[in-house]
Write a protein that binds this ligand. Structure first.
Ligand code: GLT
Ligand code: MN
Ligand code: MN
Length: 389
């Protein structure tokens, strides 16, 4: 393998304990790989060249761990971090696995469940902050319904807002330098999950008491499940100053959440995503929220992790090639340069401008007859990606 695609710390490639630690069980079959301890997973990530490791509270500390067990796990985990040089950029709470959350956490109808969810999240925030996490993710896997009559959707939104406002104040109160990142998904495990898309969260964030503390964590697979253009969701988040984190993986549209290796399925979309992140200068972690196929042993898990990072770096090089390609850039300049004669009629409204625009004589027929050269442009992109340019 060529050295120029070796991951380096500045690439900020991260994996969750639950990703490379995924033992391969699914709804139809049992685990295919032995479970590894958090410390063992950190050593594996160190071996493949990752920068950081993320976790849910219970990926690290089992929900029923004794204080002694907790201390031993944390000791081994901290040692693995210092031995490998890995950091913890992000942490999150498991608010979906335990039966107590079967009807939601922050949106559960029972106030005791909502209160327990807050308590669990505050403890998990303390844990994340103690290990250096700067971003705290909220993925509301159980915040939804199968039975429409069971929950009031407006009350659910209000409950979710109340929980986030409470937790923002908790973070401020503790003096933690933590930002929140909300992760949307349309369904699975619930029949319908509230806030099904990144766009839904972008609207919701502006209604919070501390919107400046809260952004999004879009995931490729989740927007693809909804049939959406992931890069466009990322672009909207970026434009709004809300791209706090990102979950990279891959899969085809209209499937369940498959969480495949980055670039495994839609290379062209992965290319435009990497190009976007690099062009705008996204400086946050590149988190691969994915796992190896069920066919793999731990050597395959390393192939999976190395593949995610290597594909990202290859696509990053392709993006630089795209930006430097004289023919592509020349064509883009032609395509994007329009006739500027009407420029004074565009932009900010004035009544004089509106009057002038209403009187302006456009050659609508000629405008509609122009060819735009997009076939040529797209073929150039394909040839660049296929390695023949
Ligand atoms: C879960 C989910 C992911 C979320 C994780 C954070 S857990 O595996 O499928 O997309 O990012 O809670
Ligand atoms: Mn995710
Ligand atoms: Mn997923």
């Amino acid at each position: 393998m060529s050295d120029r695609f070796q991951p380096q710390p500045e690439h900020k490639f991260t994996f969750g304990l639950w990703t490379v630690g995924n033992p391969g069980g699914d709804a139809f079959g049992q685990d295919v790989r032995p479970r590894r301890t958090p410390a063992e997973i950190v050593y594996l990530l160190g071996e493949v060249g990752a920068y950081g490791v993320n976790f849910h509270d219970n990926d690290l500390i089992p929900i029923d761990a004794t204080l002694a067990e907790r201390a031993a796990i944390l000791r081994a985990f901290r040692k693995a971090l210092s031995d490998t040089g890995l950091v913890v950029p992000m942490a999150t709470t498991n608010l979906f696995g335990d039966p107590v959350f079967k009807d939601g956490a922050f949106t559960a109808n029972d106030p005791r469940v909502r209160a327990y969810a807050l308590q669990k999240t505050m403890h998990a925030i303390d844990l994340g902050a103690s290990l250096g996490a700067e971003t705290y993710v909220f993925w509301g896997g159980r915040e939804g319904i199968e039975v429409e009559a069971a929950k009031d959707p407006v009350a659910s939104i209000k409950r979710f807002r109340e929980a986030l406002d409470f937790l923002c104040d908790y973070v401020i109160d503790q003096g933690y330098a933590l930002k929140f990142a909300l992760e949307a998904k349309p369904n699975e495990p619930r029949g319908d999950i509230f806030f099904p898309t990144t766009g839904a969260y972008l609207g919701f964030i502006e209604t919070l008491a501390h919107p400046e503390m809260v952004g999004v964590n879009p995931e490729v697979a989740h927007e693809h499940m909804a049939g959406l253009n992931f890069m466009h969701a990322v672009a909207q988040a970026w434009e709004a100053g809300k791209l706090f984190h990102i979950d990279l993986n891959d899969q085809n549209y209209a499937r369940f959440d498959q969480d495949w290796r980055f670039g495994a399925q839609n290379l062209k979309q992965a290319f435009f995503l990497v190009k976007f992140l690099e062009d705008v200068g996204y400086a946050g972690p590149r988190h691969f929220d994915a796992h190896a196929y069920r066919t793999e042993d731990y050597d395959g898990v390393k192939d999976f992790a190395r593949g995610c990072m290597r594909t990202y770096l290859i696509l990053k090089e392709k993006a630089a090639q795209f930006n430097a390609d004289a023919e592509i850039q020349g064509l883009l300049a032609e395509i994007r340069a329009g006739d500027e004669s009407v420029a004074p009629l565009l932009g900010t409204y004035s009544s004089a401008k509106a009057a002038a625009l209403k009187d302006y004589a456009f050659d609508r027929i000629a405008l509609g007859q122009r060819g735009l050269g997009y076939e040529k442009l797209d073929q150039l992109v394909n040839e660049l990606l296929l390695g023949v340019r």
